[in-house]
Write a protein that binds this ligand. Structure first.
Ligand code: XLS
Ligand code: NI
Ligand code: NI
Length: 442
C-alpha cells in the first residue's frame, strides 16, 4: 500500500527561491547563495550543506513567558496527531524544497506529538518515519541529523540521562532509541545530543560526578546501539553553558572535549557549535570553532545570532558578516565540517507573522553565510593574515625556540637564556591594522 502524500500548497504565491545576484530588488531571491558557484573546488551547496530546523520553522509558535502563540499554522489544524503531523511534513517539505536547502533536522517531538505510553509513541514515530522517508524520496531532501527532545516533558525537570531517578533515565533511553531508529531509517547523516536538562540548579541536591558518569553511560549505549544497527554517521554534542539549567554539563567546546576524552568517546563524537551558545559562554563564535577544529572535532553548526543587550538564547537569524567571515576563515582553514552542515537553529521574532517572513528569514541567513564564504576565501587567497601569523611565531621555527617546542630544553636553560638575551624588544600584535585589513574585504 502506497502512502498518500498531501497535495495542498501551504506557501502559496512563493515559488522556488532563485539566485538573482547582489543587484536584484526582489526580496524573495538570493543575492549571494548561488548553489552551483564553485569556491575552492566545491560548490556552495556542498560547502554549506544548509539545513532547515523543523522545530523553529514549522513548530515554533511565538510563545514567550509573557504571552501565548502568535504564529498560527494551517498545517496545525487537524485534531488527530498523525493527520496533523502529516500536514506539517507536507508543509515542511514544500518549504525546504522552495528554499533549495539540501537538508533538514528534527527532534522526535517536532515530527509527531508524543503521548505518555512508550509503545504508542513508538507506533507514532514509525508511522511518521515512513511518511518522511517518502517525502525525502520524492524531494531529494536529506536528513542532516535527528535528535530526541529530552527537555520539554515534565518528567525531565531534574534531568534526562542525568536524572537522579533511574526510571526517568529509562524513558530518556527509550526516546533516544526511537529517535535513533528514525534517524537510521531515514538515512540521517548524524545524530545530535543537546542536553537542555543535563545540568543542575543547585549543588545542595546534586552529585555532579555521578550525573556526568550517567550521561556518558547513555552516550555509550546510544553509540553501541546505533553502530549495531548500521549507523555510520557522527554523533554530535551541542554545547550550551546555561538555559534552561543554571549549570549545563556541556558548557562550551573545551568542556565537551574534556568530557569526551575522559569517557573515551572522541572516536564517535564531534561538536555541533551554535553561535548564540558560544556567545552565552562568553566566547566568540570563531573561538569555539577554532577550539573544536584544533581538537579535530569540528562537526556541524547551528546558525543563529544572539543579542548584545541580553543574556539568553534569542536564536535570531544570522546577519553579521564580520562574525561569519571570521567563522568561515576558521572553517575553510580546517578543511570544512566533519560530516555536518549549517542548520538554521533560528526563529522569526514573535511579531513576524506573515508567511513571507519565514522566507525572508532564511534567505537573509543563507545569503549572509554564503557571502561570508566568498569573502573568507578571498581573504585566505590574499595571504596577508597567514603571513603575519606565521611570522609572529618565527622565533620558534629554528634555534632554541625550535628546541623548546621539541621539548629539548630544561627550565634552567630558559633561566640562562633570559639572563643572556636580556629584555625582549616589544613586538606589536597589530590588531587594528588587521581589523582594517579584514574590513577591506567585506
Ligand atoms: C537549544 C538548542 C536546541 C538544539 C537541539 O538551545 O539549540 O535547539 O539545537 O536540541
Ligand atoms: Ni541548537
Ligand atoms: Ni540554542
Amino acid at each position: 500500500m502506497g502512502i498518500l502524500l498531501g497535495d495542498r500548497e501551504y506557501f502559496k504565491g512563493v515559488g522556488k527561491i532563485a539566485y538573482e545576484g547582489p543587484e536584484t530588488d526582489n526580496p524573495l531571491a538570493f543575492r549571494w547563495y548561488d548553489e552551483n558557484r564553485i569556491i575552492v573546488g566545491k560548490s556552495m551547496k556542498e560547502h554549506l550543506r544548509f539545513a532547515i530546523a523543523y522545530w523553529h520553522t514549522f513548530v515554533g509558535s511565538g510563545l514567550d513567558p509573557f504571552g501565548g502563540p502568535t504564529q498560527f499554522y494551517p498545517w496545525d489544524e487537524k485534531s488527530d496527531p498523525i493527520d496533523r503531523a502529516k500536514d506539517k511534513a507536507d508543509a515542511a517539505f514544500e518549504f525546504i524544497t522552495k528554499m533549495g536547502a539540501p537538508y533538514y533536522c528534527f527532534h522526535d517531538l517536532d515530527v509527531i506529538d508524543y503521548a505518555d505510553e512508550v509503545r504508542t509513541n513508538e507506533k507514532r514515530i514509525q508511522t511518521m518515519t515512513d511518511y518522511l522517508g517518502a517525502k525525502q524520496k520524492e524531494s531529494g531532501v536529506k536528513l542532516l541529523w535527528g535528535t530526541a527532545n529530552l527537555f520539554s516533558h515534565h518528567r525531565y525537570m531534574n534531568g534526562a540521562s542525568t536524572n537522579p531517578d533511574f526510571q526517568v533515565v529509562t524513558h530518556a533511553g527509550a526516546q533516544v532509541k526511537m529517535a535513533l531508529d528514525a534517524t537510521i531509517a531515514l538515512g540521517g547523516e548524524n545524530y545530535v545530543f543537546w542536553g537542555g536538562r543535563e545540568g543542575y540548579m543547585t549543588l545542595l541536591n546534586t552529585d555532579m560526578k555521578r550525573e556526568q558518569e550517567h550521561f556518558a553511560q547513555m552516550l555509550k549505549m546510544a553509540v553501541a546501539y546505533a553502530r549495531k544497527n548500521g549507523f555510520k554517521g557522527k554523533f554530535f554534542i551541542e554545547p550550551k553553558p546555561m538555559e534552561p539549567t543554571k549549570h549545563q554539563y556541556d558548557y562550551d567546546c573545551a568542556t565537551v572535549i574534556g568530557f569526551l576524552r575522559q569517557f573515551d568517546l572522541l572516536d564517535d563524537f564531534a561538536i555541533n557549535i551554535e553561535v548564540n551558545h558560544a556567545t552565552l559562554a562568553g566566547h566568540t563564535f570563531d573561538h569555539e570553532l577554532q577550539v573544536a577544529a584544533d581538537a579535530g572535532v569540528l562537526g556541524s553548526i547551528d546558525a543563529n545570532r544572539g543579542d548584545y543587550q541580553n543574556g539568553w538564547d534569542t536564536d535570531q537569524f544570522p546577519n553579521d558578516l564580520m562574525e561569519w567571515t571570521q567563522a568561515m576563515m576558521v572553517i575553510l582553514k580546517a578543511g570544512g565540517l566533519a560530516g555536518g552542515g549549517i542548520n538554521f537553529d533560528a526563529k522569526r521574532r514573535r511579531n513576524s507573522t506573515d508567511m513571507e517572513d519565514i522566507f525572508y528569514a532564511h534567505i537573509g541567513g543563507m545569503d549572509t553565510v554564503a557571502r561570508a564564504l566568498v569573502i573568507a576565501d578571498k581573504v585566505i587567497q590574499h595571504g596577508e593574515f597567514d603571513k603575519i601569523r606565521t611570522e609572529r611565531y618565527a622565533s620558534f621555527d629554528s634555534g632554541k625556540g625550535a628546541d623548546y617546542e621539541a621539548g629539548k630544553l630544561q627550565l634552567e636553560d630558559l633561566f640562562q637564556m633570559a639572563v643572556d638575551g636580556g629584555e625582549p624588544t616589544m613586538i606589536s600584535g597589530r590588531q587594528e591594522y588587521l581589523e582594517n585589513l579584514l574590513a577591506r574585504f567585506i
